[in-house]
Design a protein around this ligand. Structure first.
Ligand code: GTP
Length: 257
């Protein structure tokens, strides 16, 4: 009952399937292979969160945790200019909108932990309407964390992020990369039988990296995948939506259905 608002993605079928868009107060995960468009999706929703409400935005600020240095202000502004020319072409507006997005680049798991603590304070002080973590799995990908592997290194972080989402009632979107075969496996699996075995629809490598706790913490899971040269976005886990899949394109305006 905490799903009391949404960030519309402006991807019409997806918004309809999610009863308005990315829900406030919950974790939404984007899963898919490298290069499928997870970062492009995050850039688009960041633009949307900063847009004035009369254009269907949240008129807010965004905190964007850019683990792999994939955030691009140039691309963000390009998406804004092409999707909402009437706003982004106004004098100084592109800069103002981009300035509403705070990009954090933690260089280690310790710095990520510190970032989360700072975010908690920012959420109280600023009009933050979206938190993005791109990507979660990269935080525990060998090169990132030094030292011996621990079984569930992000257990605390996941609980903390979920509590941030619930207490601030903002949408929290996180990405995770899977091998391309796994993305298809995940989406084929997701709606078989009752969804009580949440971990069954989860990539085994991700479970190893993020822990089973992760699979349960996520409220909405969107799987981005490629089939016969086309890209699809599938609602693979949702408390209210059937397993719908929508084709999408990546253009100069960002992600489009
Ligand atoms: P990983 O981070 O490697 O897991 O990938 P990702 O899923 O985040 O992919 P990303 O969002 O970076 O998408 C990459 C794809 O987006 C590319 O294959 C391009 O097709 C498209 N793309 C990226 N930048 C642009 C751009 O400036 N213009 C257009 N038209 N497409 C772009």
């Amino acid at each position: 009952e905490y799903l009391t608002g949404h960030l519309p993605t402006h991807l019409k079928g997806l918004d309809a399937a999610l009863f308005g868009g990315i829900p406030f107060g919950a974790l939404t995960e984007l899963v898919g292979p490298a290069g499928i468009g997870k970062t492009q999706f995050c850039l688009k929703i960041s633009v949307l969160a900063t847009l004035p409400s009369c254009y269907g935005g949240l008129d807010g600020h965004v905190i964007y945790i850019d683990v792999e240095s994939k955030f691009s202000s140039r691309r963000l502004i390009e998406i804004g200019l092409n999707s909402f020319p009437e706003i982004f072409h106004l004098e100084g507006m592109a800069k103002e909108m981009a300035g509403r997005i705070t990009v954090l680049r933690p260089g280690s798991l310790t710095e990520f932990t510190e970032s989360l603590q700072k975010i908690k304070v920012s959420l109280l002080q600023h009009q933050v309407k979206l938190l993005v973590v791109d990507s979660m799995a990269a935080l525990v990908s060998g090169e990132y964390e030094q030292g011996p592997p621990r079984q569930h290194p992000l257990g605390w972080h996941i609980s903390f992020i979920k509590s941030l989402a619930e207490f601030s009632r903002i949408p929290v979107v996180m990405t995770n990369q899977v091998r391309s075969r796994s993305a298809t496996e995940i989406s084929n699996y997701s709606f078989q039988g009752e969804r009580r075995d949440d971990c069954g629809n989860f990539d085994s490598h991700l479970v190893a990296a993020l822990g089973i706790h992760w699979a349960h913490a996520v409220t909405i899971r969107l799987v981005l995948e490629s089939r016969s040269g086309k890209r699809f976005i599938k609602v693979a886990k949702s408390p209210m939506s059937p397993p719908l899949s929508f084709p999408f394109k990546i253009t100069s305006s960002g992600i489009l259905l």
